[in-house]
Design a protein around this ligand. Sequence first.
Ligand code: PRP
Ligand code: URA
Length: 209
Amino acid sequence: MNLRNVFVFDHPVIQTKLTELRDVACDHRKFRTLLDEIAGLMVYEVTRDWPTKEQPVDTPLERTTGIVLARQVTLVPILRAGLGMADGVLKLLPDARLGHLGVRRDETTLEPVSYYQKLPPDIASTEVLLIDPMLATGGSGAASIAYLKKAGVTSMKFVCLVAAPEGITALHRQHPEVPIYCAAVDRQLNEKGYILPGLGDAGDRIFGT
Ligand code: PRP
Ligand code: URA
């Protein structure tokens, strides 16, 4: 498959946490903690190429020139499961604003159904991280990206935990310029659109539903 514009985190600490999280015996408390930690670890690489600007700063000894992010940041979790990654990212980017996109998969057609949208008014001028642990058929991610583009967003990245090859292909067919960051590219989808080996239903595992 074509992995152009796909970045897979092969870091041993992330992989160890992902393995623990896949385990069916991992309860919702541990699952939330691990997802939070992995999301935080991903931020470092995901933000590496963001533009910066110089900013004067007074140290206790003298004035110097420091470096800060050039643009504001907006984090957009896809509800529900994306919320499980939000706090981990916010720990590293505490000034980020949050937008929310409510999208659920229709269980029969697997098509995305949008039910809620709330974005910061100036999102178009910010760096956007769209977050959702699962990229399965790619429907939810592609619909969310299309919504963000309509809102004027020009710089965004899709950050997930586990991606299916089918989802990567589908998402990049519609939005090839949006980079996908993930901790694993799994084997395939099953007949119900679940990722194999995957980790099951991320929302249910995060929220204990
Ligand atoms: C899950 C997941 C993604 C979507 C991925 O959400 O969090 O949003 O499925 O599947 P796709 O790539 O085939 O669209 P779900 O629809 O289960 O909703 P939930 O987070 O509210 O449980
Ligand atoms: N959504 C999930 O939560 N898990 C999958 O495997 C596929 C879609």
